[in-house]
Design a protein around this ligand. Structure first.
Ligand code: SF4
Length: 508
């Protein structure tokens, strides 16, 4: 067999078209075997599954690789099942964090998956494609894969077969001809050990941060900054400044490359970064503020001491507040502050305190709250019993009721998060009224607004099924002419409720 390969990723629309992992895989494999034909496909989970199937099958590739994300596992399953029904000769390979830890289970349960890749895929896939194309029947000598043979599921030896520190292949940038944003990584892993996170555990059992060489990073970045059509560069590193000296070097390189662009009469490239404010100092602040930043991501999760301790997080309130304000006040960059509810030791009250801090003390432009997902590979997932965690068996692996967070409370937190995000996105005027009139007590106001929307618009929002990612479906709906009456009506109801609350607030 000599099959062409398609690399497929399906992401929620609000994530954007994140192609980095596939681009890196394709670039590496191309450097080893330039004769292989590989095609990148990026779809949204909001797309219709049949349309995705049609597009993939129309391309005529026979080896189909799917990156499996917790948010989109279900739609990937549907697409793969239909593809296999359409053509039993398709070879379907899954990779990513979930197959790394659940690969055998997935192959046992879903016969349309042929292979799962464990850990980093570069070398493993390169070998696997080679074996498939040479019609070799025995895959047992390829490390880090799971496959089916005569109805038996076989997991091969796990080994460290790829070292990013030794790589110098160039990124293939042709796939980005029409895109305005490119994702890039300078490292893998994380120096922190948050127990709900699987990112720091994903490297063949190793728990260390690894870095591409400075030379490769500089070469890649120089080529990216020379692209005429890229407007935004978003870093996917857990934190760019976890290693202070290297972080400073990258920040200063970015500033230099942008100065060179500006001197050549081009627009600077806008930068997006996730930062851990615990790593900040004034010198880092100076360099970060010089970047042309379009987005900051801050994973706060919780400010409660017990929750932080159980999750093995780090949080220094004074430092966080100081650098958050220094970065975001007067900045035009989008600020995405993330909270998580339902972690071990968390309660509804603790979550509401964390939310109050985020929207009152920090006045974050945007707050996104997630129900705790017990990600395969994370410490909490491995030690569920020890931490008293129960969760869904399939993705998105959301936590179910715990000793401290009842199902009813989880539902309240989920609805509040949904409506808060909706108001922050679609009804910014309502947020402004709350900001002007309620000081340090905004969460009770949003709870009332959330309850009102839940009561009055049950049919429109299908309240019992709301999940964080659903917000964007409604944001898109409410922007259309068809739903303009509902949007007006929601706005009116929110304003009337606020009027009432303000009267009560000023007389109390
Ligand atoms: S949640 Fe973020 S900071 Fe914590 S271990 Fe994961 S990547 Fe690192």
């Amino acid at each position: 067999m000599n099959g062409n390969i398609s690399f497929n990723i399906i992401t929620p629309q609000y994530f954007g078209r994140v192609q980095l992992s596939l681009l890196v895989l394709k670039s590496y494999i191309h450097s080893k075997n330039p004769d292989l034909t590989m095609q990148l496909n990026s779809f949204y989970s909001e797309d219709d599954a049949d349309t995705i199937v049609e597009e993939i099958s129309r391309q005529g590739n026979t080896i189909l690789l799917f990156s499996l994300y917790v948010w989109t596992e279900e739609i990937v399953r549907t697409v793969c099942r239909r593809l296999k029904e359409l053509n039993n000769d398709y070879i379907i390979i899954i990779g990513g964090n979930i197959p790394t830890y659940q690969g055998a289970f997935l192959l046992e349960t879903y016969p349309f998956y042929d292979f799962a890749v464990i850990g980093e895929g570069e070398n493993t896939l390169y070998q696997l494609f080679d074996y498939i194309n040479q019609d070799k029947a025995d895959f047992s000598t390829i490390d880090n894969i799971i496959y089916r043979q005569n109805h038996e599921i076989i997991t091969t030896r796990r080994s460290d077969n790829y070292n990013i520190e030794e790589q110098d292949y160039p990124l293939l940038l042709d796939d980005f001809r029409d895109d305005e944003i490119i994702f890039y990584e300078t490292s893998r892993g994380c120096k922190y050990r948050c127990r709900y996170c699987a990112y720091n555990m994903n490297f063949n059992g190793k728990n260390v941060v690894r870095y591409y060489s400075n030379q490769k990073v500089e070469n890649d970045l120089r080529r990216i900054f020379n692209l005429p059509y890229i407007k935004k560069l978003d870093f996917t590193d857990s934190t760019l400044i976890g290693n202070r000296n290297r972080g400073l070097w990258i920040l200063s390189l970015l500033n230099t490359l942008n100065s060179e662009r500006v001197a050549a009469g081009k627009n600077p490239i806008e930068i997006g970064i996730d930062v851990s404010l615990e790593d900040f100092d004034d010198e880092i602040l100076y360099e970060v503020k010089r970047l042309h930043t379009f987005a900051y991501g801050f994973g706060l999760q919780s400010i409660d001491r017990e929750v932080i301790r159980k999750a093995a997080r780090v949080f220094n309130r004074d430092k966080f507040t100081k650098y958050f304000n220094a970065l975001t006040k007067k900045s035009k960059a989008a600020v995405n502050l993330e909270l998580m509810f339902g972690l071990p030791g968390d309660t509804l009250e603790k979550f509401l305190n964390s939310l109050e801090y985020s929207i009152s003390d920090l006045d974050a432009h945007f707050v996104v709250c997630f129900r705790f997902a017990v990600l395969p590979g994370s410490t909490f997932w491995k030690d569920k019993e020890k931490y008293g965690i129960t969760c869904e068996e399939l993705s998105p692996y959301y936590t179910l009721a715990s000793a401290t967070f009842s199902e009813e409370d989880l539902q309240t937190a989920e609805l509040l998060s949904f409506y808060l995000q909706l108001i922050y996105t679609c009804f910014r005027g309502i947020k402004r009224i709350v900001d002007r009139n309620f000081h340090g007590e905004k969460v009770p106001v949003y709870l009332k607004l959330s309850a009102l929307l839940q009561e009055n618009y049950d049919d429109f929002f299908h309240n019992d099924r709301l999940r964080q990612g659903d917000v964007y479906k409604f944001v898109i709906k409410l922007a259309t002419q068809e739903y303009s009456d509902i949007k007006r009506s929601i706005q009116m109801d929110l304003r009337n409720e606020l009027k009432q609350l303000i009267e009560n607030y000023s007389t109390s």
